[in-house]
Design a protein. Sequence first.
Length: 147
Amino acid sequence: MPIEGPEEFFKKGLSELAQGQGLSALVNFEKALQLDYKPLYLSYFAYCTAKERGQIRKAIELCEDAVKLEPDNPLHYLNLGRIYLHAGDRGTAILAFRTGLKHEINREIIDELIKLQTRKSPVISFLSRDNPVNKYLGIILKCLGLR
């Protein structure tokens, strides 16, 4: 039986995280981190710590350590933003996501920001949002600074 290295544990953790198995992913990220202290492993371990154990403060500290070690890696900002979302701090999460996008365009960060977008209610509530009257009236009111 071959001995698994840190990269295998990390890949296994990513796969489990994608399948919604956060606790298993946490274990694999922790094993990867014990074998090789890489900022990427630390970042994902921090996210799973917040998600599965609810240790928000510890997770933020760990993820910020990963950001200090590799400040140009957008995945650290993705995980930091997710931790802040899990903590209910939407504004700080958005800032973290936007900072990550400044370093590199990342589809996962963009998807998180799209999920966070909120739309204002239609100007004329009994008309559909796509109705041209609602659409253009909303644009005009926004230009005038009334909306």
